[in-house]
Design a protein around this ligand. Sequence first.
Ligand code: AGP
Length: 619
Amino acid sequence: MPLSPKSFFRAVSQIPEWALYILYAERLYVCGIIGYTGKGNAIELVVQGLKNLEYRGYDSFGYAWLDENQVKTRRQVGEISNFNADGNAKTAVANIAIGHTRWATHGGVEERNAHPHLSRNGEIAVVHNGIIENHAELKRFLEKKGFRFGSETDTEVIPHLIEHLMDEGDDYESAVRKALRQLKGRFAVLVLSSSHPKIIAARNGSPLVIGIGGNGNFIASDIPAFLKHTKKVVFMEDGDIAVVNETVKLLSLRDGSPAERETQHINWDFQQAEKGGHDHFMIKEILEQKETLLKAASQGNGVIERVASMINSSFGTYIVGCGTAGKVCLTGTYLFSRIAKKHVNFAFGSEFPSYQHFIKPNSLLIAVSQSGETADTLEAIEAAKSKGAKVVSVLNAIGSTMQRQSDISIPINAGPEICVASTKATTAQIAVLTMLAYACDGRIDEGRALIEETAEKISEMLTGEYLANARAVAESLKHNESMYIIGRGLNYPIALESSIKLQEVSYIHAEGFAAGELKHGPIALIGKGTPCIAIVANDETRNDVIGNATEVKSRGGFIIGISPENHDVFDIWLKVPDCGDASPIANIIPVQLLSYYLAVFRGNNPDKPRNLAKSVTVK
Ligand code: AGP
């Protein structure tokens, strides 16, 4: 059931500040862009801003500035966090600059593919976040006009197209508008020209927010890029173009008419998006899980009960997600079966289109996502909608594409999750699905009480002593190149999620199995000392998992038991509280900690795993 406009606006006005942040920070395509113009040192401000946007992409970066009416650029492969702009800042104190931090989509990680990209005459520089779907066609057109391309990116068509339109007689601003109108796809673009000391910005599907400062104006993908300098912001909307110098002029990209957008004051606690004294976001976010579980549980009954009644009356409910969110969905199928005696079908977002043939107009699709922008999950939603099914999303990023495409969304209220590896969003998603399963059985209050109790109980794992023990265990395992994780029932998906966590930050080959499946093949992989994490819940699966762990041990395996109680078969015991049906929440936390410390011991940056980005917006 879609929200009425009135209830939509009531809901939006109740969105907490952090959610507004996520709304703009986590949307759409990865890559971060920033521009500054004013009295400050533009290069320094842009480089600093890019450092704050780095979670959006970190394989290369670059910036362009104006130096005596000439566009100068610097581009480099690698992370910007260790880069010092002083060299440039001393030789060139620019008052206007644009910059980009990249997660490669078109073209490899090479300097020539890093942004900014320049026009043929070198007078126009462009940074871009998004994907230009018709770039090949535009490239062919421009090549016929004599333009040559120095990169493999889709972005490079933009500066060339602007130059071409100016050659045809358009003035600068109208050439930019005309060029951008020819682009198909989603984009946020900043344009700098040698002869016009202003930044032109345009938004179509990728976020852009203007920061109005006393000493100059900013425009960026995301508020933290400039939050230290101003909290006065204007959120651009799709189809807006902004001309930014000492003033800000907002226009419609379509016809150049003025666009009215409200200036807002962000009263947002910057600490939430900062490490707050921790070495990494990952550990900070792991340690926030007591509060995030309480927030997930604190929402009113209304939306959860509405979705529960949709599940109860649907002709088949399908639950989809990708990566960690996919493992949460699989956990959901066990929760619905166990708690509500309901059959819910799971598919990964990328598999759902091949699995959708059962969908009827009275079917229901539940999409689970932190970012609300994962392309594979969005495609599943599209497939379900094309059959007339209703769509519910369980989301951290309120206001994301997924929310706009859903009939109803349930917020998980986890707050900004900056680390690429999901931790607190994972447990908040499981909490919401647990409450939903209880609501399907008419026992929502019991479900909420269980999550609140679990939040209290897991705080015993977020203490210095527990962390020190997890760290010591990680140190003893740091030289292993393979690990296995086993679990049954509710904790089989947690074994799978454990493997993702270990893989993405420690780069150790880790595989999760249904404990009973090991003897059907994978046990051949066990040799002397092979580490195997056994997730042993205090439920009907306990004796069987212990039995499977014993089979591993008798073949030389080294057993790390995650369980409320110790057992002789464990070589190492990581104690967890007994949380009943919420055991998946408690059981993933020690693995999150092990993964974090393993990453640190192995010299990896857990916040920025190689080859990954926070939201995967490509198929
Ligand atoms: C989580 O640790 C991973 N980085 C990844 O698997 C993630 O869960 C997946 O890409 C789905 O993202 P979403 O929740 O934003 O849709």
